[in-house]
Design a protein around this ligand. Structure first.
Ligand code: NAD
Length: 482
């Protein structure tokens, strides 16, 4: 099996914030990988636009360093140089007039125009306005915007309204890089490409769903921002909600942007408010080599959470009665993101009580080691009677697909190429983002109103004790973080 790389149309991609952390670590190394894979057309043009006073050569040298640090290894120098020769740079002021005529002069007729807003959201309005006043944006140009998309419902609405003054919804690509992961798309293929799962995909057969996004890092280097955000805003409102939607949505009529996003939106709107009894917040403690959260953010009285666990329900026919458990946190035992769809036990065990309790589980692992496995119950091999064990059935089929399938693009690469192709399926629509805030706002407001103090938890552990209790009370348990 050979993977197919279909080159995209010629494009001009302007990266506002082209000298920033995200551009250096993700966007440019991602574009470089697509270049190596042969997906970039010859005359693609990538223009960094930021405040620093580089000329094009200076910018290429600056990015060369980032490619060494964050790009693929052992790439021949002539390949790197060929990629760099397609880079250009404009020193620009998002809030002033500097650089805009120069940028306008660099745009080419007949190229798809995409503008990546890799800058603070406070600049989105200025960029959008200037792209129009300098006649740089065309009716089919695209803009890419990063998280955080707002701080709450009100600010998200205002950001949507600002962008809508200059761009139509089908020009706006709100990135959630979780949606660009290979396994997340494979999840949709498994759900909607097989007859096997869909009949079982409901409250009658599924006991519960648990979604975990665990990190080992603390707030390193982002303390100032993080302390105004917290895990609920930084992770749950976007990444975990998107994963929940893909698990819970009805089959869309077709795999097209609005059909998929309509179904996701219905899930968010059907989410029950979360009871305070089903919410746990935590803050990580110190370890021998790391300060605790409050020291890390230099705010000794901070009440911001670095961990959240919660239980929610989706009030519709498919899911009534099946709880969804979500948890995410920093400084945990392992870096691990996975969704576990845990099926019910068989209604009656013909093997008697000594066979123990067994449940099938579909595990969608996003990192590390992306893949999908299905825990199935089998007889333990060998003599000694009918003993049952659960073993994972690997559904990633790496062997069946063969080594020629090649490296799968990482999330950013795939999503940027989707922008150039004009495919919004894996991007969030404005109403989805607003609905997600409408669900998270009351939770965050409740914490503020009650002056809730997050529970401390051990760095390198699996989160606060109360989060374990959230499951234990329901006679269930979290999967181990590993
Ligand atoms: P950064 O602070 O490293 O870089 C900001 C960039 O914006 C710089 O290139 C700077 O020159 C440019 N800039 C600032 N003010 C400007 C102005 N007035 N005119 C023109 N350019 C200006 O930020 P970052 O970490 O790269 O993040 C960029 C955006 O992406 C932010 O909205 C951030 O929340 C989001 N984001 C970042 C990451 C990440 O891993 N870094 C992850 C997710 C989302």
């Amino acid at each position: 099996m050979v993977s197919r790389v279909i080159p995209v149309e010629p494009f001009d991609l302007v990266i506002f914030g082209g000298t920033g952390d995200l551009a250096r670590r993700k966007i440019l190394p991602g574009l470089f990988r697509r270049f190596i894979a042969g997906q970039m057309p010859q005359d693609a043009q990538i223009i960094g636009a930021a405040r620093a006073e580089y000329d094009a050569d200076g910018y290429r040298q600056f990015i060369k360093q980032s490619l060494f640090e964050f790009g693929p290894k052992d790439v021949p120098n002539d390949v790197t140089e060929a990629f760099l020769s397609g880079l250009d740079y404009v020193a620009i002021d998002a809030k002033g007039t500097n650089g805009w005529p120069e940028l306008a002069a660099k745009m080419r007729d007949g190229h798809v125009r995409a503008f990546y807003f890799s800058v603070a959201p406070a600049l989105f309005g200025d960029l959008a306005e200037r792209l129009h006043s300098h006649d740089i944006a065309l009716p089919d140009s695209r803009i890419v915007v990063e998280k955080p998309f707002g701080h709450d419902l009100k600010s998200a609405r205002s950001l949507n309204a600002t962008l809508a003054q200059h761009f139509s919804e089908d020009q706006i690509y709100r990135i959630d890089h979780y949606l660009g992961k290979e396994t997340v798309q494979n999840l949709m293929a498994v759900r909607f490409g097989n007859m096997l799962f869909e009949p079982l995909w409901n409250a009658q057969y599924i006991d519960h769903v648990q979604i975990t996004v665990a990190e080992t890092v603390g707030v390193d280097g982002r303390g100032g921002y993080y302390d105004t955000s917290g895990a609920m805003r930084d992770m749950v409102q976007n990444h975990l909600m998107q994963l929940l939607c893909l698990i819970a949505m009805e089959p869309p009529a077709k795999f097209d942007p609005d059909a998929v996003r309509d179904e996701k939106l219905k899930v968010i709107r059907a989410l029950d408010p979360v009871s305070p009894h089903h919410l746990v917040r935590g803050q990580y403690g110190a370890s021998s080599d790391h300060p605790d959260y409050r020291a890390h953010v230099e705010n000794p009285r901070s009440r911001t959470e670095s961990y959240v666990a919660l239980k929610t329900h989706i009030s519709n026919w498919r899911w009534a009665g099946t709880p969804f458990y979500l948890r995410t946190g920093k400084r945990l035992r392992a870096r691990s993101s996975e969704i576990a769809v845990v099926f019910k036990e068989t209604p009656h065990s013909i093997f008697g009580p000594e066979a123990g309790s067994h449940r099938n589980a579909l595990i969608i692992r996003l990192q590390p080691d992306e893949g999908i496995t299905m825990d199935v119950t089998i007889k333990e091999p060998g003599p000694g009677g009918m003993r049952l064990i659960d073993v994972p059935l690997d559904m990633t089929f790496a062997e069946a697909l063969g080594p020629e399938v090649g490296e799968v693009p990482d999330a950013y690469e795939r999503l940027i190429m989707d922008v150039i192709r004009g495919n919004q399926t894996l991007f969030m629509r404005g109403d989805e983002v607003e609905a997600a805030w409408a669900w998270t706002d009351p939770i965050i407001n409740h914490w503020g109103e009650t002056k809730d103090v997050p529970k401390p938890y051990d760095a390198g552990g699996s989160g606060p004790e109360d989060a374990l209790m959230l499951m234990h009370r329901d006679d269930r348990k979290w999967r181990e973080i590993r």
